[in-house]
Design a binder for this molecule. Structure first.
Ligand code: PGA
Length: 246
């Protein structure tokens, strides 16, 4: 399995930020990475980013619907048309700020699949849930209800992102990440069968160049979903470079 380092720009990036993609592209062309690289810019930059090219692109969210009178929404087919190959669904910021439920996330993942995109489905516990000893139960509940039947290594990637680690500079211990990824793998295999061993499991939450090597080389960690540190090519390249060749 080839690891994946995915950057989530969130609501950051104007046309000038495409220079970061140019730098990323040049560096990756000069030294081939040991992993796949994906950038999820805001919707407005997708088509321009596709013209810069050199890295795979994704959306940060999509509508569960295929089209019609849904002002302000973006369909998975629109993302594909603009140059995306995947889309993040169920990010904790969507779940918390926009009140998305597991059933919404599952519907968005299915919409992504219908458009031929792979879905990066996010799960993760809050700090209170972890402190209460419920982290594994919360994540398995989210997996059960957010990952539709029919998930395969080709159409689905899972991102484990503890809510309390996102943008805070805090990360779980390496043992906690290892235990959670083993738990997620076992939930997926129980539910979907042995084929689920090929589904990539990303860790996300305050991944930086200085902690990436420790996190990304743990068993069952098949890459990272990176927010803040994906905005500057130099930081993002520091994370990409932490993946050891298989
Ligand atoms: P962060 O965000 O790397 O800034 O913590 C990760 C994410 O939300 O995907």
């Amino acid at each position: 399995m080839r690891s994946l380092v995915a950057g989530n720009w969130k609501m950051n990036g104007l046309a000038a930020s495409l220079a970061e993609l140019e730098s990323l592209k040049a560096a990756l062309a000069a030294a081939a990475p040991a992993c796949e690289v994906l950038v999820c810019p805001p919707f407005t930059l997708l088509a321009q980013a596709a013209a810069v090219c050199g890295v795979a692109l994704g959306g940060q969210d999509c509508s569960p619907r295929d089209g019609g009178a849904f002002t302000g929404d973006i369909s998975a087919a629109m993302l594909k048309d603009a140059g995306a190959s995947s889309v993040i669904v169920g990010h904790s910021e969507r779940r918390q700020i926009h009140g998305e439920r597991d059933s919404d996330v599952a519907a968005k993942a299915q919409a992504a699949w219908r458009a031929g995109l792979s879905a990066i489905i996010c799960v993760g516990e809050t700090e209170a849930q972890r402190d209460a000893g419920n982290a594994h139960g919360i994540c398995s509940g989210q997996l059960d209800a957010s990952v539709p039947d029919g998930a395969t290594p080709q159409n689905t990637i899972i991102a484990y992102e503890p809510v309390w680690a996102i943008g805070t500079g805090k990360t779980p211990t390496l043992d906690d990440i290892k235990a959670m990824h083993a738990h997620i793998r076992s939930c997926l295999v129980t539910r979907l069968g042995e084929g689920a061993r090929g589904i990539r499991l990303l860790y996300g939450g305050s991944v930086k160049p200085d902690n990436a090597a420790d996190i990304l080389n743990l068993p069952e960690v098949n890459g990272a979903l990176v927010g803040g540190a994906s905005l500057k090519a130099s930081d993002f390249l520091g994370i990409i470079g932490a993946i050891k060749p298989a």
